[in-house]
Design a protein around this ligand. Sequence first.
Ligand code: ZN
Length: 63
Amino acid sequence: MKVFDNILQDSSLPLKPCPFCGSDKVYFVETGQKYGVVCFGCMVSTESKNTKETAQKQWNRRA
Ligand SMILES: [Zn+2]
C-alpha cells in the first residue's frame, strides 16, 4: 500500500469517476513534490506528475 503525504481536493480541477470500479472517491494525492490521482475505491493511481494539472489530464484521459 502506498503512503501519501497529503490527500488534496481541488474543485477547480474536476476528476472523472474511476474507469475501473466506477467510484467517485477520486482525489489528488501529494507525494514528495509530485502529484498523482488515486481512486480510493480500488486504489488504482496515475503516475506521479510534477503538477496537479498534468495528473488531472492523465486521469481524465484514461477515465
Ligand atoms: Zn476505482
